[in-house]
Design a binder for this molecule. Sequence first.
Ligand SMILES: Cc1ncc(COP(=O)(O)O)c(C=O)c1O
Length: 365
Amino acid sequence: MYSKELLSIKKSNRFRTRDVFDKNLIDLASNDYLGQSTNKDIFQKAYERVLEEQYLAPKASMLVNGYNQIHKDFEDKLCAINGFEAAVTVGSGFLANISMIEALCRKNDTLFIDEEYHASGILATKLLRDEQVVVFNHNDYKDLERKISDDTRKGRKIIAIEGVYSMGGDLAPIEIFDIATKYEALLIVDEAHSSGVIGENLLGIFDYYDIKPAYNHIKMGTLGKAYGSYGAYILASSEIIDFLTNRAKPIIYSTAPSLFDIALGLESLKYIVENKQTLKHNIQEHLKIIKEILDIESQSLIIPIDFGDNKKVKEIQAMLQEKGFLVGAIRQPTVKSAIIRLIAKIDINKEDLIEVCKILKELKC
Ligand SMILES: Cc1ncc(COP(=O)(O)O)c(C=O)c1O
């Protein structure tokens, strides 16, 4: 029934498959930035924490009786550490983006969204009316300001950006935070790739720019990346969290996040806070290698190397795999121009990172 569509996907080298990769491959492709997915100590602690509960599964939506002390402990810790008034855990970052964009953008409000915002946010804009959505050029704060100041609609202004962009690895500019303040706009920041990786306390972009959370700030973070678990959270004022709890459909009509995943997120958060100096040191060491060999100055651990050809990046990926390395081959339409996406995970030893960087440098020349 879909053979024609599949054929056309294949013809344009856009056909995707799910593969179970050889576990001996050196992982330079996943978002496990800190190597937390192999941290058995936090896994054990989370497991023991869940075993203290009478019920080991959430069993229901948070608004019925799926909300557990484990969710609350995690939310309280997130608020205390990040300086936000309130928090809510959500099943995944994908659902968190759907929740925020669909629920917070009311009829007369206008959403200004970066063109490179994650697919989940872009999907959520399809639930809004066309006139409610304005897309601005990636990280172009002047374009944003032009569009925001031209807006004549009478509702709220809402801006949606990422802390670190998932494909380019670049950071949102601080000017966007200033624009949000100037125009009293709500600012949604997706910190999927920034929390755990940037900032004085490895908390993400607010921390990186030393911005104190205000009433108009919303921070979303995921647990499936640097935190080595699964799930997500939203941090904001109590009023916004109350509103989301009352209006966001993925929060109301979905089973509460898994107790184990949230317990693991909490243990991971504690670990990151306690070990931040070592983790930061290791991040800097890896970024130094990237700079020295590939001449790429990055603040994040996402290193995109542009080859501009869907077929070529798949070939490079296959060749590196033969040598024992797994890197991402990201193709159109996910990115405008095909890239090898190298994740400079800090659990990878330096010699391996140096070797793969040298190979990629050769290929670029
Ligand atoms: C920027 C960004 N936001 C949101 C998500 C979705 O998060 P999750 O994997 O927890 O659904 C991702 C995941 O790839 C992402 O890269």
